[in-house]
Design a protein around this ligand. Structure first.
Ligand SMILES: [Zn+2]
Length: 245
């Protein structure tokens, strides 16, 4: 396919820059990555302790409610003791009283245990939070700095998108379809540069920079002189030539 190679090369370069700018806009910048990870790690620690504390508090309430129930039952059984008339009823009631006694003691223990865990979680939480303050402030400052840099990056993204659209407008549809397919399959890289590899018996040899497959000299002539679209025989990327300084 003759022609349009230059526009295709410009389109690929623009899309590569666009990808990079988009990535910059939507990810944590390198200069605050370390702080970001530390901040996220500490925050996760705090969240874990908070969750543990809440769970302990919930368990304490449940144990105390069960304890109150058992104590209530115990009281009722004690009152009934004076009203039973047979030995059998008396024995059955004593057995019930025994069971509730066990319930009382196990719920008391559970409530106490949960209270201790809640206290321990609260103690840890205030310790962690205090240690976190300084980090959180530093993180907030860097975040603000990053937010202030974002509009410029967003403007670049917009400008590159517009440029890409312009370039696409100048390329025939069938070529765009081919380009897009290779771009998609090649992980955002539809082109491969042709490199001069070595000279064999006075003749230079060329290869595809991406997959190292040979490129015939005739293909190189077509690319350079006719802006022709040729795909690498192996990786199928569109070949282009760039004069080396
Ligand atoms: Zn190749």
């Amino acid at each position: 396919m003759p022609g349009h190679l230059e526009a295709i090369v410009s389109l690929q370069k623009t899309l590569t820059e666009l990808n990079a700018a988009d990535e910059r806009l939507n990810s944590i910048p390198d200069w605050m990555l370390e702080l970001h990870e530390e901040h996220a790690g500490r925050k996760a620690e705090i969240d874990t302790v908070e969750t543990e504390g809440n769970a302990a508090e919930h368990e304490r309430r449940e144990a105390e409610a069960a304890l109150a129930d058992a104590q209530e039952k115990q009281k009722r059984y004690q009152e009934q003791l004076g009203q039973v008339s047979t030995q059998r009823e008396y024995g059955a009631l004593l057995k019930e009283i025994d069971t509730t006694k066990n319930q009382i003691s196990s719920n008391e223990k559970a409530a106490l245990d949960a209270t201790e865990r809640k206290e321990e979680a609260d103690r840890k939480l205030s310790e962690f939070r205090e240690a976190f303050q300084d980090l959180d402030t530093r993180y907030g400052t860097e975040l603000k700095k990053w937010e202030s840099e974002k509009p410029a990056v967003a403007a670049t993204v917009k400008q590159l998108s517009r440029r890409a659209e312009e370039l696409r407008g100048a390329v025939p549809r069938n070529i765009l379809v081919l380009f897009d397919r290779i771009f998609e399959r090649g992980g955002g890289e539809a082109l491969a540069r042709v490199r001069k590899m070595q000279v064999v018996r006075g003749n230079p040899m060329f290869h595809c920079e991406v997959c190292s497959y040979n490129v015939r000299p005739q293909v190189l002539v077509e690319i350079r002189d006719q802006e022709s679209l040729n795909q690498c025989d192996s990786c199928k990327r569109i070949l282009y030539w760039e004069d080396e300084e």
